[in-house]
Design a protein around this ligand. Sequence first.
Ligand code: FE2
Length: 579
Amino acid sequence: MRVLGVANMRDSAAALVENGRIVAAAEEERFVRIKHVTALPIQAIRFCLATAGVRLKDVDAVAVPWKYWQVGRRASLALGAMLRSPQLCRIKGRRSLERLAQEWKELVFLRRYLSQRVDGTACPRPVFLDHHLCHAASAMAVSPFERAAILVVDGASESHTTMLAETHRHDIRVLTRVSLPHSLGQFYAAITSYLGFKPDYDEYIVMGLAAYGEPCFARTLRKEVLSLLPDGTFRLNTGLLDFHLARERRFVAKFVELFGRPRSPHEEVTQRHRDMAASAQLVLEETLLHLARRLKTLTRLDRLCLAGGVAYNCVANSRLQQEAGFQDIFVPPAAGDSGAALGAALWLTHRRGGLTDRTVMRHASWGPGYSEQSCKEAADRAGLQVESLPDVPLCEKVAGELARGRLVFWFQDRMEFGPRALGNRSLLADPRREDMRALINAKVKLREPFRPFAPSVLEERAGEYFELRRPSPFMLFTAPVLASAKGTIPAVVHVDGSARVQTVDGDSNPRYRLLLETFGRLTGVPVLLNTSFNVNEPIVCTPEDAVSCFLRTDVEWLVMGNLLARRSMKQDGVVEPER
Ligand SMILES: [Fe+2]
């Protein structure tokens, strides 16, 4: 059985599941080079089909993580909210209509659109599935747990924003749902907008900023904006903070009276903004804990699967791991809406009896991979000279250069599915240098100075550096850095003393693992600073993207598979002086 998952919402993506096993999954943004693109994922679908060597007509079913006819219910909820708050009516009405029209059109005519645009062959009839069940499936079907509680939290599904459920052998039983307009995702997006960042886009910046502030607005936020209910759920006061208004950066007078004027995008970040970020982050964490504790009471289970866009908040995930009463938590690498495409394919496979084994997801390498020949051709076309080295000398060379303070773009194997670079499309650096953040920002990434960089560490040696109870292969948990290690790896320690850790096990990514081992032997520290391979664009996908990005920066080395290219060999002949 071959099922194609297709998600056309923000972070649109496609995934292919064959006989219960994942064959391919990728976000459309990587192909069309537009971050978080909302569109039919035609190129991602073509990639998935090509990986399996099939055409659209060979697919048994198309699974879509959205019951589009339920937008009627969503529209009526929006209408109800508008009637209660007439001042929201104009903006909310226009936005809702535009979005509804696009969703409807693409999904109603999906079969025809896919058939015409993918490869001209017939498309099987699409099956439209509950959005939150697809999020849930994206975690539970690939988690190590036979039986677990499930918490799904995002901006909004067809009409819900939160789902509490439990799973046993791939079946899902829904326990409670929270409906629009009460949304944790939209609460955090609205605060993101209030702080002058882009909602639905820059939430991770707010999470990073929170560590610099004091949560002095948390009590007022809790009293006036987001309150916990005794039934384990929560309520958002949309009369004060409505996502649609916040998106337009129009905050109601009372909100401004309580918390001050919203920050303009280019205004300086002050202590009040840091405090607001810290307060919103704390209120989010407390609400998630409230939900998770309710879930624990309802299910009495020891394991938790977490999914939905809010599950990218790794600081909150870590609090759940420590305080919610669950022994273990699994979060898939694509926890947001791109992951719902994979979840849809897995969920439909299960509903048709095809999910018999449990395949635990240990890596995120489900995207396109490229041969050494195509990497070589891309380098040749750009006039880059490359040399090919076997794995061991390659890693020795790269580790040596990293230890000398050089930066390395590391392009390997298949692209990661989900927003994190996990050693296949990464920019690597030495975490031991205090000035490394400034150096990276100067040479590559023009980003806010308060945003932290993350470490990769050999799984079995993570305990020497971090207070981490479980492996964290997808960089979705933070951990306190041990006092004894803070001085050793200063470039990856956030201001609050934590780090967003990626643990690298023995078999998921052999070449990256070898590099970490080699760097560890050379320096005594098996840790690398790992950030994504991109500059103000989606993470690179093809060798051409990699070469083009390399040439736009001052990074010294580019590694593509076994090929090594040096900055001083660039066509423009600029040779950087030795430091
Ligand atoms: Fe979602």
